[in-house]
Ligand binder design. Structure first.
Ligand SMILES: Cc1cc2nc3c(=O)[nH]c(=O)nc-3n(C[C@H](O)[C@H](O)[C@H](O)COP(=O)(O)OP(=O)(O)OC[C@H]3O[C@@H](n4cnc5c(N)ncnc54)[C@H](O)[C@@H]3O)c2cc1C
Length: 384
């Protein structure tokens, strides 16, 4: 308790990718009187459980831009943070079964190309030629982003955290924020299990708990947690490497390489919102069924282990980023709807710009705080 400082220029709630990236970017700009409060351990919640996918194939320009920024950081991560994150540009192959999905892919490709994304449009025959292990009999086609890929999300978050620490950021693990003090429309501080902190700026980067944290300041955010399960196979050599991220958009089944085996998963669109992260064997059977349908050779793969994590979903599959409308000093970055790991690198920069400059050069229109229930905006369509 002796090193507990009762004041901070900025207090960040949550030590996942959003929290550590924001802290790093603030400290890099010279604001090192920053404290991260993490109720458990850094990057052990959603960030560490993510499958680390990075793709520029989004339907909305703003999401493309966020990831384009992040990719530049991933590419030079070792130079900036001294950590080898094993960024594998194995590509993302999106597959369409239905006519509706295929048309949607083609429309997204137009947007992606307009924003400089390299993306190939492939017929089922072309897909079969390049990835002979895939069953293409029920496909309309696919799109392949050769610049896309995957990395290790835990290493990335820890790279940010250790660089932030070196710049003076304080990181308090096993410290839960229990209250946010607001007076006359301004943030004044936070309550935690280790004591209070007076601060004019609070960042809600609490991932799936972002709605609960918002409630501490009297705000109701439409973000809800949903379980997502992932399964890892034992060593598997029947598919040549590198294995891209292959996504069957109509079922959301996906798999990718994770040497020496594979990772695979799928969304259960019928499952209600909850904080449940247990692995469900009967759901695993469904995932295996889809896996064997898409790549029959996977019949020979053996599951090594599985885990559950939480997506934090908003009604339009876009995050909420920015300062709360009626509470000065309360910033938020939640609701990343399954693509927050890759966007976190840009979002930390954005939050630092909003906090220090009051504006950012990124387009935040799709992400503004009070968009829900007002003008209907186009949401992100390419979600898994
Ligand atoms: C199975 C799965 C696969 C995914 N795959 C991908 C992918 O391929 N690509 C991609 O980009 N994204 C992916 N995602 C999404 C991505 O992981 C998340 O969007 C991202 O990690 C969110 O980061 P975060 O920092 O907002 O949240 P988190 O990593 O959850 O961090 C929030 C932190 O806040 C802490 N916290 C909460 N409440 C409090 C409190 N009151 N006091 C103190 N601390 C608190 C939590 O303990 C937690 O550590 C995946 C997610 C899952 C579950």
């Amino acid at each position: 308790m002796s090193d507990w400082k009762k004041t901070a220029a900025v207090a960040i709630i949550g030590g996942g990718i959003m929290g550590v990236s924001t802290a790093y970017h603030l400290a890099k700009r010279g604001i090192s009187d920053v404290v991260i409060l993490e109720k458990d351990l850094l990057a052990q919640a959603t960030t560490g459980l993510s499958v680390g996918g990075i793709r520029q194939q989004f339907s909305l320009p703003a999401n493309i831009r966020l990831v384009q920024h992040s990719v530049r950081v991933f590419e030079h991560f070792k130079d900036e943070f001294g950590v080898d994150i094993n960024f594998r540009k194995a590509g993302y192959l999106f597959l369409a079964r239905s006519e509706k999905t295929w048309k949607d892919f083609l429309s997204s490709v137009e947007t992606q190309r307009k924003y400089g994304v390299t993306v190939e449009v492939l017929s089922p025959e072309e897909i079969k030629y390049r990835w002979p292990y895939l069953n293409v009999s029920d496909l309309k086609g696919g799109t392949f982003g050769p610049e896309d890929g995957y990395t290790d999300p835990y290493l990335v978050a820890m790279g940010f955290a250790s660089s932030a620490r070196k710049l003076g950021v304080r990181i308090k693990e096993e410290t839960k924020v229990t209250g946010i003090k607001v007076a006359s429309g301004r943030v004044e501080g936070i309550e935690t299990t280790k004591g209070p902190i007076l601060t004019p700026v609070v960042v809600n980067a609490a991932g799936p708990w972002g709605g609960d944290v918002a409630k501490m300041a009297g705000l109701d955010l439409p973000v809800r947690p949903f379980r997502r399960q992932v399964f890892m196979t034992k060593s598997f050599n029947a598919i040549p490497k590198p294995v891209p991220m292959v996504i069957d958009q109509d079922t959301t089944f996906y798999f990718r390489g994770e040497e020496p085996g594979l990772l695979m998963g799928m969304s259960d669109r019928d499952e209600p919102s909850s904080f449940n992260t247990h692995v469900d064997r009967s759901f695993m059977e469904k995932v295996i069924e889809e896996a064997v349908h898409r790549a029959p050779v996977l019949e020979k793969a053996k599951i090594l282990r599985g885990w559950g994590g939480l997506y934090t979903i908003t009604p339009d599959n876009n995050p909420i980023i920015g300062e709360a409308m009626d509470i000065e000093g309360l910033f938020c970055a939640v609701g990343f709807s399954g693509h927050g790991f890759q966007q976190g690198l840009a979002v930390g920069l954005i939050l630092s710009e909003l906090i220090l400059d009051g504006h950012t050069h990124f387009d935040l229109k799709p992400y503004i705080y009070d968009r829900f229930g007002k003008v209907k905006q186009e949401g992100e369509r390419k979600v898994v």
